[in-house]
Design a protein around this ligand. Sequence first.
Ligand code: FE2
Ligand code: FE2
Length: 408
Amino acid sequence: LSISIETALPIQFLILLPIASMLIAIIFDSRLAFYFTVTNALLTAAIRGNDYSIIIAMILAGTLALFTVRDIKSRTQIYRSITYIFIGFAFAVLIEAVQRSSSFSIIIIELGFGLINAVLSAFLTFGLLLVLERFFGITTDLRLLDLLNLQHPLLRQLETAAPGTYHHSISLGTLAGTAAQAIGANSTLATVGAYYHDIGKIPNPKTFIENQTSTENIHDSLDPKDSASRIIQHVQQGLLLAREHHLPPKVIEFIYSHHGTTLVSYFYQKEKVANPDDQSLASRFVYPGPKPVSKEAGILMLADVIEAATRTLEDPTTEKIQKLIDTLAQRRLSEGQLDDCELTLKELYEVKKSFLASLSGIHHVRIKYPTKEEADAAQRMATRTAKLLSLPSTEDILKERLKKSEPL
Ligand SMILES: [Fe+2]
Ligand SMILES: [Fe+2]
């Protein structure tokens, strides 16, 4: 169009290449967006008959545009994008003006067209993103940032129905987000995943120890098989609620994978004592999985079990927290729960270091439980953790079964 429309105006400055640069940077990554910008600037110049001045303009504007959305934190960054795209065009116009000794009026007209491009590119990019997110199921960081809002209906429901789980999820958000940042993974995704991972506890909050405020525990009157099945169900319930509220697939992954294929060992051991000869027992106490497949989901799986366990530590010192982190991470690793999640051993080391720093900071200022109910609840959780830590891991149980040649 910029060639075929006959006009004296510099309409080549209206080529909206910065839109593509920004969209690719947001949906994929900034390196790919940079390659795309350079290639397309060259192609545009070639189509326009070796118009090298457009190469400079498009590379400058496109690169600055993608730079503004590289680390997107809110939709108000649109104004930053407008400014930087305009700066890119302004540079190109001035370089050309110096070279061709252009008149002042031409410079002003070209700058005006550059400004129009900057405004159009920024608004169209942010508008197109909404369409792409909705129709192609793409989860951008902007969508994730919307989900961080604590006023989201699901988080409000979680806070009202299951306050214990809500507080666990929010502190898990910080823990997992910081750890993800430490290894260069997506910390926003890890935090959002943490906020929503246990929403499946909303329908039956009292099944879970963190929401039991009275001394009464509903599991006292339940068969261990029923207890385990009610606990395992929170994964399925979570998936239903997530779909109902249109959570993006990237976030749903955290819901179904945060327990992987681990065993609800407390109730399994209880049932095993009562029913030692049942061959198919283990299969009824296992979460359906699958295991985490992303680094962020792997971090969440570790953070989940560690956060819940550290809350119950009597007088938590750095040494005690470190021992707990090492034991629980090692257990998940040897159970093979982290096999599919791409975390390297070096990253795992960094993640554990980050957990220790965050948890030591949190527990350093922890005050004593103020009421008797809370103290009782804490005591129950402490007993539970102590039992969990002394129990054999899923791997031990499976090995033992293999030795006896019992079906798994
Ligand atoms: Fe859970
Ligand atoms: Fe959890």
